[in-house]
Design a binder for this molecule. Structure first.
Ligand SMILES: O=P(O)(O)O[C@@H]1[C@@H](OP(=O)(O)O)[C@H](OP(=O)(O)O)[C@H](O)[C@H](OP(=O)(O)O)[C@H]1OP(=O)(O)O
Ligand SMILES: Nc1ncnc2c1ncn2[C@@H]1O[C@H](COP(=O)(O)OP(=O)(O)O)[C@@H](O)[C@H]1O
Ligand SMILES: [Mg+2]
Ligand SMILES: [Mg+2]
Length: 351
């Protein structure tokens, strides 16, 4: 008896292909009857496949259009995940709004189960026109945040620029701001962040190094700002400023309560209608049992997750065998099939 084989087409940037599409993953998936096939982004998607499922981390209107057309021509295909759902993660305000949305529900649930740990997001504001802030006094008047603060580009589109942050110690630091920025209160968190990887219903929490705490005393001696980027991915050599990237022992840091992490993960997954994401959490050391979500990333670096091959293969299998189907049911609606006037469902490209 031959068992049915499935095909998953993947559309990823080269960097992502290199890290994610490793032989160990391809082989394990193959053993389970799933072929991972590279989509040629130079050619129309409708002329490729057919794929049972499309996995992607590409953006832009042209790509959305291609996915829409693909679903019109292949109505039984599954797209992981829908661009409209991913979109909210490209803005650091809408990204964290979802945490506040799930907070109410989860607070009630936690109350019932007598959990004491709470979660939320740091205090933050958005500045659309930083040039208007050049006058330091103007900043002082409207200040609702306490120094130090972190300035993060409002747009989180995966570009190197969108990861460039400023740690601001005093109002002079605002002079460096140029594009629309989210200004967030820096929360002392013991120099450790928790990265929570979500793959459908699977949740894995790992520890990573972060920025060290800034005491009132330390802050007193600091003016202006310090720029940094992707601190949790930094190598030792890159942590060359000893004032900030001092040595930390990750081993010593206690993990957050897993029940809380699972609660947040499932709340986010359902509210965002996304299957593949991770989020960064810090523990407010001043409060102790308060956790703050600071970042949510679509389709993050899963290859850094121990045993990622089997986690991903199990997820693909569930999706293809429709165990995850309920969450994909409304795909036509969320893809907003505006292009009903579809004349071009050709087969594979003819040469
Ligand atoms: O490349 P990696 O493995 O460091 O993964 C990046 C993620 O690192 P993480 O898994 O959270 O440690 C990274 O997470 P952070 O934003 O650094 O927390 C992003 O998800 C990044 O994608 P993008 O640049 O935002 O599109 C991810 O980059 P891409 O792999 O998507 O390019
Ligand atoms: N509010 C905050 N308080 C303390 N540290 C923070 C805060 N926000 C971000 N960080 C630190 O800055 C790093 C980068 O910020 P993040 O929002 O995760 O941006 P990115 O999308 O580039 O990962 C975090 O991993 C953490 O080390
Ligand atoms: Mg992050
Ligand atoms: Mg991020």
């Amino acid at each position: 008896m031959t068992t049915k084989r499935f095909s998953i087409g993947y559309a990823l940037l080269l960097k992502k292909q290199k890290s994610f599409i490793q032989a160990s993953l391809v082989n394990l998936a193959k053993e389970r009857g799933i072929d991972l096939i590279k989509i040629d982004t130079e050619k129309p998607l409708v002329n490729q496949g057919p794929f049972d499922c499309v996995l992607h981390k590409l953006y832009g209107e042209e790509w959305r259009k291609q996915l829409r057309e693909y679903l019109v021509c292949n109505p039984s295909a599954i797209v992981i995940d829908f661009p409209d759902a991913i979109e909210r993660l490209h803005n650091r305000i809408s990204m964290l709004d979802v945490v506040s949305e799930i907070q109410e529900v989860k607070r009630d649930e936690c109350h019932e189960s007598h959990e004491t740990a709470t979660f939320g997001v740091p205090k933050q504001i958005v500045i659309y026109e930083p040039e208007k802030l050049k006058n330091a006094e103007a900043w002082g008047e409207g200040l609702i945040l306490k120094f130090p603060v972190i300035a993060k580009p409002l747009v989180a589109d995966g570009s190197a620029k969108s990861h460039k942050m400023l740690l601001i110690f005093s109002s002079e630091g605002f002079e460096s701001l140029k594009s629309p920025t989210v200004v967030q209160e820096f929360v002392n968190h013991g120099g450790v962040i928790f990265k929570v990887y979500v793959v459908g219903k699977y949740v894995k929490c790992v520890k990573r190094k972060s920025l060290p705490d800034i005491t009132e005393e330390k802050l007193g001696g600091l003016r202006g700002c310090l720029s940094f980027s992707q601190v949790s991915n930094m190598t030792l050599d890159e942590r060359n400023d000893e004032r900030y990237y001092e040595m930390l022992d990750l081993e010593d840091a206690a993990m957050p309560p897993m029940s809380l992490i699972i609660n947040i993960a499932s709340g986010l997954r359902k509210a965002m209608k996304l299957h593949l994401f991770n989020f960064d959490v810090i523990r407010d050391t001043k409060v102790g049992n308060r956790y703050l979500v600071i970042d949510i990333n679509y389709f993050p670096g899963y290859a850094k997750m121990p045993g990622y091959e089997s986690v991903m293969t199990d997820f693909f299998w569930d999706v293809l065998n429709k165990k995850e189907a309920r969450s994909f049911n409304c795909k036509n609606e969320s893809m907003k099939l505006v292009d009903n006037n579809n004349g071009g469902c050709g087969g594979p490209e003819k040469v």
